[in-house]
Design a protein around this ligand. Structure first.
Ligand SMILES: [Zn+2]
Length: 276
């Protein structure tokens, strides 16, 4: 059972960190967990059967509370990124923004009027499963032609990996692109263009003042952000396009960690809804 093993391993890591830092358990107010999929916070479970199938029905917060003896809050990883940027990063003093996590998957954390938009079952912001091509490749979510089938880290690796002796990783592709590799540059800029089409739809719907691009792909800088800006300009109503700035995230590797911290800090002051 990989989900239970992952929770066991995480619980061990928490013990190690507490011991290393010399912190008493009683001094810990809450633990926060970032999950790479939709999260139903009221139930403390994963909110989609197809995106994280091994985790369905598992009450993650409850299970971890049992292992840790601490209060635990869970949140979607892109939402964690948005919380980190809202609290300490590029979303400070900004009450309407979209944080896009572009990495192995592509997700969005949406902040409207200063609050995270979670939706009815926690799937708000699943921008990676926006249909770009109804006849496109089958996605793991069960639909066809989703943004993730053409613009995610694995999609880029598949495109540029063919015919190379070196086994590529996303950071290596970004490095090669920066050094002038034409195929890597094209794959990243095409991914940016596709992400921009989906983000343009988002801009039309929620009219953000800022779009913050995070996740491992954001390390490509303007090679990714330039085409995103161009697609937004082409596909968003003018008033929304004029208003929006596309900026890189302040936090990349530590986004989920800091977001979980922000989650734990804010939720410790809020009443928690009981698991159903
Ligand atoms: Zn999909």
């Amino acid at each position: 059972n990989r989900a239970a093993d992952a929770l066991d391993a995480s619980a061990l890591m928490v013990e190690e960190v507490l011991a290393e830092a010399g912190i008493e358990r009683a001094a810990v107010i809450c633990a926060g967990i970032g999950i790479p999929g939709p999260v139903n916070r009221a139930r403390g479970t994963v909110g989609s059967a197809t995106i994280l199938p091994g985790w369905v029905g598992l009450r993650i917060a409850f299970e971890m509370e049992g292992r840790l003896g601490l209060r635990v809050e869970i949140e979607n990883d892109a939402n964690c990124g948005a919380l980190a940027e809202m609290t300490w990063g590029a979303g400070r003093e900004c009450s309407n923004f979209a944080y896009i996590k572009a990495a192995t998957g592509i997700g969005a954390g949406l902040v409207t009027d200063g609050r995270l938009l979670r939706g009815a079952s926690g799937t708000a912001g699943e921008i990676g499963h926006t249909t770009l091509d109804e006849a496109g490749a089958l996605c793991y979510c069960g639909n066809r032609g989703c943004l993730e089938t053409v613009a995610s880290g694995p999609a880029i690796l598949q495109l540029v990996g063919q015919g190379r002796s070196e086994a590529l990783t996303l950071p290596r592709v970004i490095e090669l692109a920066a050094a002038g590799d034409i195929r890597c540059r094209r794959a990243i800029s095409d991914a940016g263009r596709e992400i921009g089409v989906a983000v343009a739809g988002l801009c039309n719907l929620i009219n953000p003042e800022r779009v913050i691009i995070g996740g491992a792909m954001s390390r490509a800088g303007d090679l990714l952000l330039g085409p995103i800006r161009e697609s937004i300009r082409r596909h968003t109503v003018l008033a929304a396009a004029d208003r929006v700035d596309v900026v890189p995230a302040v936090f990349v590797e530590r986004a989920e960690l800091l977001g979980s911290l922000a989650l734990a800090l804010t939720s410790s002051t809020e009443a928690r809804s009981a698991p159903v």
